[in-house]
Design a protein around this ligand. Structure first.
Ligand SMILES: [Zn+2]
Length: 1006
């Protein structure tokens, strides 16, 4: 023991004695500074100066303890944390954390990975020197609590580990880049935790390992700081909105905890589980002044352990009470955030036996001190907000930092006081996850070895591996009993029942090699939640779901997933799969290779990879030997067997060599030159499309609507223009007009000395305001007329319809309909269209109140939304099926109305066609590829209310226009890395861009 430590011990003893008398009545430690520890006077003075009113602070943060050896954040910031005008880059935050690490044995910094743009992510551990010295032993103890199989679910052994272990509380900051306050708050928090000798903070330091990732979205942080610096240099100007955060998505980076597609999600989960942390507490800044949505509102996610629900209530309610006691206004819990979707970063903890927490504090979107005026619903006093925020107040970044740090310190202290309980709960949640098969079930999920979409199955399994879910593979075939479905009671009187339905099978067989996701594992909960179905009742008191209501990954990926309740499945011989082995490759003998089409996205990758090969698509199903191939099968020539074999193996595809080309019509499958278009309004939704194409290694030229408008001859450069949804635009007008240029200043998005990080690997412009423009619209129209393909979805589809690019389709919205991020049923209408290649009749798709399309055969005609009830006869003579009559004249024959389905264009009557140039010739009419299912089959997972408004309407439409095509999507086929089932609707359009009319039926049209 060195000299310093002795001194510490004596001091500690002294303080314990000295503060004994000031402890609170119930034995709790008072949140007060140690009067014996000197404070940093200059720093403290500025904390007070930048705090706009005394009640926006607390006794925990209204001073800074001084240290002779440990530097304060000022050494890096040049001022105190939260000072006006100061936002550090991630690099500066890291620099400070590493200075801390050098200065004190109470801080340790580790690198936890990199971002898509190669920037580092870190985690900073702050605890006592002893705790950090014994990290590894402590980690081993926590690992046993995390996986109770290691101690044979022995509660007594668990109690011993609980008594010896130091828990880990993980705090993450600034995942949302315009929410800028957390990094400085966390720098100062780390300093306080390392330096402050007050009993309150010392207890935290000795009792807990506080783990901090100060910047989660590092790419976005650096862009945001750039923009803020630009703003400081041009204080009178509007500054550019943060159009890009990370490389791919903006706000949705906090919706990736299911798909695990972003590096930041993977790095945080690996850190959280690697440290066996108990809490993940994510910091946001969009609600005044501290909304602790740990408790949130219903409905709660149905898969979380009730133990966690109790922890939410305990921690949230107590935290609000603790901070409120300091007299800080505007601190509350409950609110309107429901806790249903597991897509949020913090929910990684909820799904992995930890405790998820999220703060919304109040940020100014930068470090300016500003007068803030709130909306009535923000400052109204309610039952859960007895002390609401002020309607108007001067607000500073320092205030925000005060709230963040005060909330976190009180949280850490409460957590430490109750750590034995939380550690025991941590163990119990793990144990109960392992006991799932015998408790609530199911026993396992099985993904059969003979799923025809093997490469997509592999992608789903890889999501499970990223979630740290254990996967096994059966080494022999097996059979499971299926649950008996209860017959619904017939409402008909006895004796009048229809003949009984054939009995449903009671067993199911799976081949050897099938994947088994056992539910007797510590992380069974996340697998169960992601693979199960969701039902959100239209009667739910929560009328505004906060996010998606469904995420059933088997449906969204379009692979077979069977929920097995028969516990015999756990006894099937199987082996653990720690990584997915490559599979696929060429089979058979012959001169031409055929790959059966099951709408696997990897087919598109193969097309781009085998640049020299000739690939055709069979336009009809065919047979070769005794093997059947579906419509759309790839026929490959001009590539060596070994090259094809290597490519197929890396993509999980299985080409079959066949003796001769089939005698069916074919068309070329080509790799189109793609212009990928974004706006300067929002890149949120298109980012997911970009991510999908990049993962599939499909090249494209990324450009804005502005850049597109400047290309002289679009057809000379591109075959397909991909225009993914914008969302957040104010309609088609905004796509054309952009942001007004009649007033204000240019909004540059460019790398300059002030903004060195802005552009990254994305796009740039000297002025974000102009949109596509009328010239651009004319160019787009010319491109399609001259044979190009324009692919649009949601609002860009509405844009195409309303600007006349896609004639014969109308689009409307329903006020009553509620399909909130749900999975719906769709049906193939035209399986002969190349867009439909590889799909079965039923296709599950993601829908979020998609536009309601109707197709017409007369330009400008609006299809009335009338259901089958319109065919009922009028009031009159006779029975229901009798003809009516008119008194005093001979009866006239009522002509048969041609029956058309809701997704079809009504045939124009002779009268309508008479001298009518607006009747669209059959060859120019819209071709419906996919439609929404009938009302009763629409809901697959999630919430569907008043679905009748969209039921049977077209979901994917191919509109011929001039020599080209405009393809419209009402579903969102590419979304959050979760919808691989519908990717190929987009990819098929790309690969058959110059043959989209293949299989088009016109026989019955006139
Ligand atoms: Zn946020």
């Amino acid at each position: 023991m060195g000299h310093k430590s002795w001194l510490g011990l004596i001091l500690l003893l002294f303080i314990t004695l000295a503060t004994g008398g000031t402890a609170l009545a119930d034995g709790e430690t008072s949140p007060a500074r140690d009067p014996k520890q000197p404070i940093d006077e200059a720093y403290t003075a500025r904390i007070r100066k930048y705090t706009t009113a005394p009640y926006f602070s607390s006794p925990l943060v209204d001073y800074l303890p001084a240290s002779k050896t440990v530097p304060t954040p000022e050494v890096v910031l040049g001022d105190v944390a939260g000072a006006p005008g100061i936002l550090p880059y991630a690099e500066d935050v890291y620099k400070y954390m590493r200075l801390l690490e050098k200065a004190t044995p109470r801080v340790k910094v580790v690198s936890i990975g990199t971002t898509e743009e190669g920037r580092e992510m870190i985690a900073v551990a702050v605890s006592s020197e002893a705790n950090l010295k014994n990290l590894e032993q402590n980690r081993q103890r926590l690992a046993k609590l995390a996986d109770p199989r290691a101690i044979h679910l022995d509660d007594a052994e668990a109690d011993k580990l609980v008594a010896e272990s130091v828990p880990v509380y993980y705090i993450t900051g600034t995942i949302h880049s315009p929410e800028t306050g957390a990094p400085t708050a966390l720098m100062e928090l780390a300093y306080r935790l390392a330096v402050d000798e007050s009993p309150y903070v010392r207890e935290i330091r000795d009792g807990v390992i506080t783990l901090i990732t100060p910047v989660v979205e590092v790419d976005g942080r650096d862009r945001m700081v750039d923009i803020y610096k630009w703003h400081l240099a041009h204080p009178k100007d509007f500054y550019p909105p943060l159009i890009y955060w990370g490389k791919y998505v903006a706000h949705d980076n906090n919706r990736d905890a299911m798909g695990m597609t972003l590096k930041l999600t993977q790095n945080v989960l690996n850190t959280y589980l690697g440290w066996n942390a108990q809490v993940l507490h994510d910091l946001h800044e969009s609600v005044p002044y501290l909304y602790d949505n740990t408790i949130g509102d219903g409905p709660y996610n149905a898969w979380v352990d009730p133990i966690l629900v109790d922890e939410w209530q305990m921690i949230g309610a107590r935290n609000v009470a603790d901070v409120s006691k300091f007299g800080m206004p505007g601190v509350f819990t409950h609110g309107d955030f429901d806790t249903w979707s597991p897509g949020y970063l913090m929910f990684l903890a909820a799904m992995h036996n930890g405790i998820s927490r999220l703060y919304e504090t109040f940020g100014n979107g930068g470090a300016d001190t500003r007068e803030r005026k709130l909306q009535p619903d923000e400052y109204a006093r309610t039952w859960y907000k007895p002390n609401p925020p002020f309607p108007e107040t001067l607000w500073s970044q320092r205030n925000n930092n005060n709230y963040e740090e005060t909330g976190l310190l009180t949280s850490l202290h409460y957590f430490n006081e109750n750590k034995r309980l939380f550690l025991k709960n941590f163990y119990l949640k793990g144990k109960r996850s392992i006991q799932k098969p015998s408790a609530e079930g199911p026993a396992a999920y099985v993904l059969p070895a003979d799923d025809p979409r093997a490469s997509v199955q592999a992608d789903l399994l890889s999501v499970m591996l990223k979630q740290h879910v254990e996967i096994s593979r059966a080494t022999s075939p097996f059979q499971v009993a299926l649950p008996v479905k209860k017959e619904k009671k017939s409402s008909k009187p006895e004796g009048t029942e229809e003949k009984p339905k054939p009995a449903s099978p009671t067993t199911r067989d799976f081949p050897a090699g099938s994947y088994v996701i056992r539910m007797d594992q510590p992380y069974s909960r996340v697998a169960d939640a992601l693979l199960d179905y969701q039902y959100w009742s239209p009667e739910d008191p929560q009328t505004t779901p906060y996010d998606d209501t469904a995420w059933t990954l088997g449906e969204l990926f379009g692979v077979q997933v069977t929920r097995v309740t028969d516990s015999k499945v756990l006894a099937v011989p199987m082996e653990r799969v720690t990584e997915l082995r490559p599979f696929g490759g060429v089979k058979g003998e012959g001169s031409i290779f055929a790959i059966d089409n099951h709408a696997e996205p990897a087919l598109a990758t193969l097309r781009y990879r085998l640049k020299e090969a000739t690939i055709d698509a069979a336009e009809e199903p065919f047979q070769s030997g005794d093997r059947k191939f579906s419509r759309g099968t790839f026929l490959i020539r001009g590539v060596s067997r070994s090259d094809l074999d290597a490519a197929a193996k890396s993509l999980g595809l299985q080409p079959i060599a066949i003796a001769a080309a089939p005698q069916v019509k074919t068309h070329p499958i080509r790799a189109p030159r793609i212009a990928y278009v974004h706006t300067w309004i929002s890149t949120q939704s298109e980012g997911w499309w970009r991510l999908a194409l990049d993962n599939l290694q499909i090249p494209y030229d990324y450009m804005s609507t502005q850049a597109l408008a400047k290309i002289a001859d679009l057809n000379a450069k591109y075959d397909v223009i991909l225009f993914p949804p914008v969302t957040g635009s104010t309609g088609p007008n905004a796509i054309v007009q952009g942001t007004p240029t009649a007033w204000g200043n240019p909004l540059p998005w460019m790398n300059t000395t002030e903004t060195p990080n802005l552009v990254g690997k994305n796009d740039s412009t000297p002025d974000m305001r102009p949109g596509l423009g009328w010239d651009g619209l004319a160019k787009l129209q010319g491109f399609v007329q001259n044979g190009g393909v324009l692919l649009t979805a949601l609002d860009t589809a509405q844009f195409a319809i309303s600007t006349g690019l896609a004639n014969g389709v109308t689009s409307s919205n329903s006020e009553k309909m509620k399909i909130v991020g749900s999975i719906v049923g769709t049906r193939l209408v035209d399986p002969a269209s190349p867009i439909a290649y590889g799909y079965d009749e039923k296709v599950s798709a993601y829908c979020d109140n998609g536009p309601i399309f109707s197709v017409t055969s007369i330009l400008g005609a609006r299809r009335r939304h009338l259901g089958p009830e319109i065919k009922t006869r009028p009031t009159g003579r006779g029975t229901k099926d009798d003809p009516d009559f008119v008194v005093g004249r001979p009866a006239s024959e009522v002509p048969d109305e041609p029956e058309k389905e809701l997704w079809e264009a009504p045939q124009p009557t002779d009268d309508q066609s008479f001298n009518n140039p607006r009747v669209i010739p059959p060859a120019n009419r819209a071709r419906v590829i996919l439609r929404y299912a009938d009302s009763k089959d629409l809901l697959i997972s999630g919430l569907v209310e008043n679905g009748n408004d969209i039921a049977q309407h077209p979901a994917v439409v191919d509109v011929p226009s001039g020599s080209g095509h405009v393809v419209l999507f009402s579903i969102n086929p590419v979304y959050r890395g979760e919808t691989e089932n519908t990717y190929s609707l987009v990819l098929n359009t790309l690969l058959s861009f110059d043959s989209l009319n293949a299989g088009r039926k016109q026989a019955d049209e006139k």
